[in-house]
Design a binder for this molecule. Structure first.
Ligand SMILES: NC(=O)c1ccc[n+]([C@@H]2O[C@H](COP(=O)([O-])OP(=O)(O)OC[C@H]3O[C@@H](n4cnc5c(N)ncnc54)[C@H](O)[C@@H]3O)[C@@H](O)[C@H]2O)c1
Ligand SMILES: [Fe+2]
Length: 366
């Protein structure tokens, strides 16, 4: 028994950003983005077509944190009305911030209470969201959850509500042309991790697996070429499309062990999400071979029938991209690493992983 569901309307292709105002369709809207010249230019272009927004929030920084969200939610609440549509123009940090804003009835406190206690969901708002991703990426434009960080207490929360599915994902690869090499690599690897993590996952189903196989295969083929030719729109489009399929896949399965391992690494060592959730992939792949025939079959469609050789190929891919597979390279000490892996296995995402504890500990910590 399985089901697959994703209600997001996807508009994909070069130049689709120019049609965003038609989706806003004269509704009151709030625009959320980064405080950077490129995004100011994009914002002006949108405002000239869609009309003046109720507010522009343009101070989003990587990894939405409790410390910033109180002020951001207060700004939003002071200008928004009940029928405000929120446009997220940016990567995962912008889209996830928007999911918090969309839930804010009158400030961050109600969202914070829900995150910390699991209570009070009925108090939350549900503004519609239009997501315009500028990285490829987190796939947050296709999921109903946001990652919210609390660096002060070293915790990561997931704000998960079906109401948080964006109504639309407007994916325009032209917006990604200036994404620098390091961010192109880390975000592309995040998407690859989403695809693979949805395969070695208890929630995997034939539709998610098919999306994941396509997403991973395309990302592996296109990402290394793109890093040597960043302005190539065809490669940008392939990577954006790969991210989209990975996003569809994990929107129905959530992630698994590599992500569970990543959260404390990002919190403690400030490692970008896309690197933290991908440097373990070869060893996790090694640990899962032979555990489940459907998983093996999907992985075989990506890496070929010899999955042990696939482990080497995946390591070589990371090496080509300049990404170390050694925990020590991210600041993690030997003793600490084994504890992190063991804890991650018991975490919410870790429990989605189909592998066994013994095999994981042998593969990742031996
Ligand atoms: N909700 C989900 O399903 C989900 C999934 C994975 C990750 N995440 C979260 O997403 C966040 C990471 O998002 P991200 O990796 O997309 O990056 P990000 O949004 O944190 O942005 C990183 C940097 O990229 C720059 N940038 C973005 N687009 C650009 C462009 N087109 N050109 C030039 N510069 C650009 C921004 O200026 C920013 O400084 C993390 O907080 C992570 O936890 C969420
Ligand atoms: Fe991720």
């Amino acid at each position: 028994m399985w089901k697959f569901e994703n209600p997001v309307q996807i508009c994909f292709g070069q130049g689709v950003f120019a049609g965003l105002h038609k989706i806003i369709d004269k509704r009151p809207y709030c625009l959320v983005t980064y405080d950077e010249p490129y995004f100011a230019t994009l914002s002006e272009a949108l405002v000239s077509r869609a009309g003046k927004p109720q507010c522009i929030i343009n101070n989003i920084t990587p990894n939405p944190d409790f410390s910033d969200l109180s002020e951001t939610c207060a700004r939003f609440a002071s200008s928004a009305s009940q029928d405000t549509v929120i446009v997220a123009l940016g990567g995962g940090s912008v889209i996830d911030t928007v999911k918090v804003l969309a839930s804010c009835p009158d400030g961050f406190d109600a969202v914070r209470r829900f995150l910390e206690t699991g209570h009070g969901e009925d108090q939350l708002a549900s503004h519609p969201i239009i997501a315009v991703p500028t990285t490829a990426g987190t796939g947050s434009e296709l999921t109903y959850w946001a990652t919210v960080w609390d660096k002060t207490s070293q915790k990561k929360y997931s704000l998960a509500r079906p109401e948080l599915y964006p109504s639309h994902a407007v994916v325009d690869p032209e917006l990604m042309l200036d994404l620098p090499k390091a961010l192109t690599i880390s975000t592309g690897l995040d998407a690859l991790s989403h695809a693979l993590e949805s395969i070695w996952n208890h929630n995997s189903n034939p539709v998610s697996a098919n999306h994941a196989v396509f997403g991973a295969t395309e990302m592996i083929a296109a990402l290394p070429r793109l890093t040597g030719d960043l302005q190539n729109i065809d490669l940008r489009s392939r990577v954006a499309r790969a991210c989209l399929f990975a996003g569809l896949a994990f929107s129905n399965t959530k992630t698994a062990l590599a992500h569970s391992i990543s959260y404390p690494i990002t919190l403690k060592y400030d490692v970008p999400h896309g690197l933290a959730c991908s440097f373990t992939l070869p060893k996790i792949l090694d640990s899962v071979i032979g555990i489940d025939k459907d998983c093996d079959a999907s992985l075989g469609r990506i890496f070929g029938p010899d999955l042990k050789a696939g482990v080497d190929d995946l390591s070589a891919l990371l090496d080509t991209l300049g990404v170390s597979t050694q925990p020590a390279q991210y600041g993690i000490q030997g003793d600490e690493w084994a504890g992190m892996v063991a804890t991650a296995l018991g975490g919410a995402r870790g429990q989605n992983f189909i592998g066994t504890r013994d095999r994981v500990l042998t593969s990742l910590t031996a």
